[in-house]
Design a protein around this ligand. Sequence first.
Ligand code: DGP
Length: 115
Amino acid sequence: MTDNIFLKIARHEIPANIVFEDDRVVAFKDINPQAPVHILIIPRTEAIPTLNDLKPENKDLVGHMFLVAKKLAAEFGIAEDGYRCVINCNEGAGQSVFQLHMHVLGGRPMGWPPG
Ligand code: DGP
């Protein structure tokens, strides 16, 4: 398996504030939160560096990531006011860790368009 810091978190080799995990994904609090609620959801079982690397066989995994985002938004009390799910793809969009991850942000008003 190609390794990266998020897969090390998924394997519990380095610490993180994990808020949910199952056989397909791990969700943990972002180390540099940009909103009162800022959670990252990652695939735990395989290295997927960017959105560009998604394959048709990953479609259930991506659907599952959104269902986990919805569940966590409810649990963290941001579902009704609103929240944002973001996947940055490559440096030009601000990606800094090359394991596919979904940001779930909420708890404050969100501007549009994003910077
Ligand atoms: P992106 O810029 O989209 O690649 O987002 C990467 C995010 O990951 C960024 O918001 C900071 C967060 N991050 C980076 N390293 C760690 C880490 O070791 N632990 C945690 N919890 N978050 C991290």
